[in-house]
Structure formats: structure tokens, C-alpha cells
Design a protein around this ligand. Structure first.
Ligand code: COA
Length: 504
């Protein structure tokens, strides 16, 4: 049975039901599961665990690559299965449990999780659950639409459960490049010198005897939830293109630019679409998640190569791309997230990193994670890995949120994910602020003039003028710096008294 997918025939008798496989996971265990930005997650075992948690005491620490699809985080959170969740999520039900203090969420740079595991900062992984296209004749696990942290989970775990997903095309084999850094103190340089560098194996090497169970599944990845570009995201893309053209004119970039990285979500995906009508060509990506825009850029003849850790597509794009995956395969690599997000490689390749802010302040500090300074949205994800190490670190956001009730440019951010030292360029639909080589007072002037919505510009100008009168290298009215957030919490809006709400 399934010999074309399980080529080591001795493993065929390990096939069991999801419920039976899930029995390897006991209360209090640390479990590593595949899955990265809703792609390639183990699907059947987590559902079986969620069902079990409703009838017996069962709580686990769950570590994944990043967010999961198929409402798995929702089901596990609602079944109270999760005591601790690492390193990223994007599910509203889990978000609620995190913000209620029920689930301890460790919001972590995505490149770092497996380093912590390797050095035993978080106990051993008891069980790894990995979705696979198949198993090689030597017992190697062939991942599906994401690699994430799966390789290290499988290598470090006591036991491995493999979910063979029959809906994932066998043609995905050969797409992956599994490279595991050597142990310290003898670590060698990671030999990735270009987005297309192949430096590892096309499967996850694990001793076959560690595979404790195999589950056959047929559930598709969830479609991505990104919205199509709108006129504001198109304006953000337009400002970025103008800036990059200027950089080419100044001789700081060529028309091939530098390898591109784009963050998750609607805004980053829309901004990447902006490259389709741009003068730039022969582009490459060294990124984390490859969204619809990556394949649109391939089809438009703009993109030569893309390296990532997952492929997360809308339903329409998935139906278009997956049957033709062999056409794209020679131009794609999926890597472990510690390699796709590795500071050494990001700095070596000189990336242009484009990530999304929830809000930023007049000096360029960026908050990507916390609403109102306290409530978790998704997590920092890979944005910190890229922002600190990119050649150009770009953050994009719309200048206002919630129909104008919130300004995305504030006197002081209510939570800092990316400090002013890690941010080069800020863009809203209003315009672009180039912060390179500017001192804080100069940064504030450029940000207020170029990025702020007109509804909020006079109030920020007034704040900054009064702060400057008081003095300081980074002038602030400390007692007033978070008053915009206080007002939003108490009155539901940051708008100055008397200003009319913008109806989008
Ligand atoms: N204050 C409060 N909420 C805000 C806000 C602000 N200043 N700006 C935006 N929001 C809200 C939006 O209203 C929207 O809320 P909704 O879901 O209730 O409609 C939500 O944030 C998402 O905003 P959206 O405009 O749809 O942007 P997005 O889909 O591009 O996501 C982030 C933006 C910041 C949430 C997302 O990019 C993220 O999680 N980033 C951090 C991780 C990361 O960058 N990873 C990639 C690294 S490779």
C-alpha cells in the first residue's frame, strides 16, 4: 500500500490512524510540528489531539515553523490543548487565548527557534509530527509545501510521526534543500552565496527506526487570506518603485536590484505586485514565505529565482501553480527557516527586506506585533531577522487604520519590535521617508512631512515642535508620548478633538 510514497517498504507496517499515532503524544510533552505560514502543516494528528484534549487532561508545548492552516491553532486553542506556543501564530482564537493569558506564547525570531532547541534551552522534543510528500528508500522524509523547522524537529525528536499527504504532488520532491548548520564551537560558514545555491539534501535525513507512526491524509493546505492590492497598497508600491529607480540612477543599485525579501500579509504581497510594472528585471528573491506575487512575477518574466521556506497561495493561484509545479521547480528552493532567515546569509546577499508595520513612530521605531502596546496580533515572525541584517530595511503600512480612528504614525510606538537602528525606509500611501544617515530630529521631520495622514499631521507637528523646545537628542514629551494610545483605548480614536472621522 502506498509504495510509491513510502519507498522504504519496511515502514509500510507503521501506517496507523491519526488517533493511534496521536497516542505517542502524552500530557506535558514538547511537540514539534511542521507548518509555516499556513503551508505544509501536519493536519490529522493535531486534530486528533484536539479531540482527545476535550475528554482527558492533555496539555502540550507546541513548536512549529510559523502559523498553521486548516484552523488547527483555533481547534487546539479552543480544546485547551496548548499550554505554550512557539514561535508564531496568526489565528484569532489562539490570539484571544494568548491575550487572556491562557496560552504562554513565546514570540521569537524565526531563525532562532532551532538554535534554542539544539542547545537544550527548552528541553528535548518528545515527538515531531511532519507532513511529507513521501519517504525515500533510505527513510528520508520529503517535506511538502514548507520546510520551516521540520528538519531539526525530526532530527532532535525522540520519535517522529509522518503524515503522508496524498493531495501534495509528488513533483514537489527535489524542491527542498535541507542544510543543518554544524555544531558550535566548530560551526562552518553556511555555503549559501546566492539565492539559487543548493547546499544540502532534498529530504530530511532521519534513522528509519525513529519513525514511530505514519498517517495517510488527504487534506489540502488552506488558501492564503491575503486581499488583492487596493489603491493604497498600489500607492505604497509606487513610492517604493520611485525610490528604487532613484537608487539605480544614483548608482547604488543596478536594475537587477538586490535579492528581495517580502513579509507576510496583504500589504507586503501587494507591494511585491508593484514590481510587475516596474523597469526592474532579472530579479531574485531570498525570502521566507513565497506568496501569489512570487508566481505572478515569474509569469511576468520579472523574476529569475526564488528561495523561501514555504509556498502559501490563494485558492486561485494554488489551482494554477500546483499542476504546473514542475515548470517552476528549477527556479525555486524551499529551505529550513533558520537558513532562509539566517543573519549571515541575509547580510552576505545584501537583501532588500520589505516588511509590514502596525505602527511606527516619528523617529523610526517600528511596532509589528502589539495593538495598543499590550495585545498580540501575530508575532515578530522573520521580520526581525531580515530588518536588522538587510542591506535596505523597508517597512510599509497604511497611514491610518480602523477607518482613520488610528494613526499608524505615532509620537512613540507602544511596543518596539524593530528599533530605529534597524529601519532604513518607511513607506505609507502618503509617501516615503528615507532615514539613512539621518539624526533623530532629521528623521522626525522627514517622517512627519512624508508618511503621516493629513488628519494627524498637524497634531504630530505640534507634538514634535513642543518636544524640540524641551530639547534632547531624541526629543519627546515623555508624559504625553503614549497619550495617543491612551486616547484610543478610552475614546476609541486617536483623532484630535473636533476632527472628523475619515470614512474609507
Ligand atoms: N493599530 C492597530 N491595528 C492596526 C494598525 C494599528 N496601527 N494597523 C493595522 N492594524 C490592523 C488592521 O486594521 C487589520 O485588522 P483586522 O484584521 O481586524 O482587519 C490588521 O491590523 C492587519 O492589517 P492589514 O492592513 O490587513 O495588514 P497585513 O495583512 O499586511 O498584516 C501585520 C500586517 C503587521 C499584522 C503582518 O504583516 C504581521 O503580522 N507582521 C509581523 C510578522 C512579519 O512581519 N512577518 C514576516 C517576516 S518575513
Amino acid at each position: 500500500m502506498h509504495h510509491e510514497r513510502i519507498r522504504l517498504s519496511s515502514l509500510c507496517d507503521k501506517i496507523v490512524s491519526a488517533e493511534e499515532a496521536a497516542r505517542h503524544i502524552k500530557d506535558g510533552m514538547i511537540v514539534g510540528m511542521s507548518g509555516f505560514t499556513r503551508a505544509g502543516e501536519a493536519k490529522a494528528v493535531p486534530m486528533a489531539l484536539a479531540a482527545r484534549a476535550k475528554t482527558e487532561p492533555l496539555k502540550i508545548t507546541l513548536i512549529t515553523g510559523a502559523s498553521l492552516g486548516n484552523d488547527l491553532d483555533k481547534q487546539m486553542a479552543e480544546a485547551h490543548l496548548l499550554s505554550r506556543r512557539i514561535p508564531f501564530q496568526s489565528d484569532p482564537a489562539l490570539r484571544k487565548a494568548i491575550n487572556a493569558g491562557e496560552v504562554m506564547f513565546v514570540d521569537q525570531h524565526l531563525s532562532e527557534t532551532v538554535e534554542h532547541l539544539r542547545t537544550n534551552q527548552l528541553g528535548p522534543i518528545d515527538v515531531a509530527v511532519i507532513e511529507a510528500v513521501g519517504i525515500t528508500a533510505q527513510g528520508g522524509i520529503i517535506p511538502t509545501t514548507s520546510v520551516g523547522n521540520s528538519a531539526t524537529f525530526a532530527i532532535l525528536a525522540e520519535k517522529v510521526i509522518v503524515e503522508i499527504n496524498l493531495t501534495q504532488p509528488v513533483e514537489l520532491e527535489g524542491l527542498h534543500d535541507i542544510y543543518i548548520p554544524t555544531r558550535r564551537p566548530f560551526r562552518q560558514p553556511i555555503p549559501v552565496v546566492a539565492p539559487e545555491s543548493r547546499v544540502g539534501l532534498p529530504f530530511i535525513p532521519v534513522p528509519a527506526e525513529k519513525i514511530a507512526a505514519i498517517v495517510i491524509t488527504q487534506k489540502l493546505d488552506s488558501a492564503s487570506t491575503v486581499l488583492p492590492p487596493d489603491h493604497e497598497t498600489a500607492a505604497i508600491a509606487g513610492h517604493l518603485m520611485e525610490f528604487l529607480k532613484h537608487e539605480v540612477k544614483r548608482g547604488r543599485l543596478t536594475e537587477r536590484l538586490q535579492p528581495l525579501q517580502a513579509g507576510i500579509g496583504t500589504i507586503a504581497n501587494a507591494v511585491m505586485h508593484g514590481f510587475i510594472a516596474s523597469p526592474f528585471s532579472d530579479l531574485t528573491m531570498y525570502s521566507e514565505v513565497l506568496q501569489d506575487s512570487t508566481f505572478d512575477l515569474f509569469d511576468a518574466g520579472k523574476l529569475n529565482f526564488a528561495s523561501g521556506s514555504s509556498i502559501t497561495l490563494s485558492k486561485t493561484k494554488y489551482d494554477e501553480v500546483m499542476p504546473r509545479i514542475t515548470d517552476y521547480k528549477s527556479r525555486l528552493i524551499l529551505r529550513p527557516q533558520e537558513i532562509s532567515n539566517h543573519p549571515e546569509i541575509i547580510r552576505r546577499l545584501g537583501l532588500i527586506g520589505i516588511n509590514t508595520a502596525l505602527e511606527f513612530d516619528i523617529f523610526g521605531n517600528v511596532n509589528s506585533t502589539h495593538v495598543g502596546g499590550t495585545h498580540m496580533m501575530n508575532g515578530i515572525g522573520g521580520s526581525g531577522d531580515f530588518a536588522r541584517n538587510a542591506y535596505l530595511s523597508v517597512f510599509v503600512t497604511k497611514s491610518i487604520a480602523k477607518n482613520g480612528a488610528l494613526s499608524s504614525v505615532v509620537p512613540m510606538v507602544s511596543h518596539v519590535d524593530h528599533t530605529e537602528h534597524d529601519v532604513d525606509i518607511l513607506i505609507t500611501e502618503q509617501g516615503l521617508a528615507d532615514l539613512r544617515e539621518l539624526a533623530p530630529r532629521e528623521r522626525a521631520r522627514v517622517i512627519i512631512a512624508n508618511c503621516v495622514h493629513p488628519l494627524y499631521r498637524p497634531a504630530l507637528e505640534d507634538y514634535f515642535a513642543r518636544a524640540c523646545a524641551r530639547g534632547g537628542h531624541t526629543p519627546h514629551l515623555i508624559e504625553e508620548a503614549l497619550s495617543w494610545h491612551v486616547k484610543a483605548r478610552e475614546a476609541g480614536s486617536m483623532l484630535p478633538d473636533g476632527a472628523a472621522l475619515k470614512i474609507a
